[in-house]
Design a binder for this molecule. Structure first.
Ligand SMILES: CC(C)(COP(=O)(O)OP(=O)(O)OC[C@H]1O[C@@H](n2cnc3c(N)ncnc32)[C@H](O)[C@@H]1OP(=O)(O)O)[C@@H](O)C(=O)NCCC(=O)NCCS
Length: 162
């Protein structure tokens, strides 16, 4: 299996959107549209990252935005054929590093109650359940768990943004 040192984290660019939309559609029952990603490019409070192999294949992405000292992890998805190799952790490292740079002290996210893989990832990454939004998702209708990670400025994450 491939080592994740061979994956680079960089900013998402317009030419990545074809591949990003392919991963998005294969990852969610209600995928974001390309217009949503393009809108986020224009927002100065948003940061979008991709993970890329040495052969320049985009394997995953993460979307984050911040308002004052609160941040939101809006999206993280890994291409199905690349899952289980630590790529999402590398992306979360980049998001948390950027969040700290922006002065974020609390990082939030929503996750489907049934999404045990993602819940396990977030739990092991230091997010804790702080609330629940009833019927937040469609197709199927389902509650969201709200999770929060407090960013301790004295404990930086292991991996930096390449
Ligand atoms: C959730 C997701 C981003 C994880 O990405 P990944 O790169 O495969 O995850 P990693 O390999 O970095 O694993 C990180 C941790 O996630 C958890 N995890 C990953 N795959 C798992 C699985 N199949 N079952 C349970 N936990 C799993 C584990 O805690 C793992 O840590 P460990 O390897 O030390 O046990 C990926 O499955 C995905 O894209 N899912 C579809 C989109 C989605 O649901 N995004 C989250 C929306 S809130």
């Amino acid at each position: 299996m491939r080592l994740m040192e061979e994956v680079t984290i960089r900013r998402m660019e317009g030419h990545d959107l074809g591949r990003v939309m392919d991963i998005e559609r294969r990852s969610y029952s209600m995928p974001w549209t390309e217009a949503t990603f393009r809108g986020l490019f224009r927002r100065t409070d948003a940061d979008l990252f991709v993970a890329e192999t040495l052969e320049l294949e985009v394997t995953a992405y993460a979307v984050f935005w911040a308002v004052l000292d609160q941040g939101e992890l809006g999206n993280v998805a890994v291409a199905p054929e690349w899952r289980g190799r630590g790529i999402s952790r590398r992306l979360l490292d980049a998001v948390v590093r950027r969040a700290r740079e922006r002065g974020v002290r609390e990082l939030f996210l929503e996750v489907r109650v049934s999404n045990n893989t993602a819940r396990q990832l977030y739990q092991s990454y230091g997010f804790r359940e702080v609330g629940r939004r009833r019927n937040y998702y469609m197709e199927p209708v389902e509650d969201a768990l709200v999770m929060r990670k407090d960013l301790d400025p004295d404990r930086p994450e292991s991996t930096s943004l390449d």
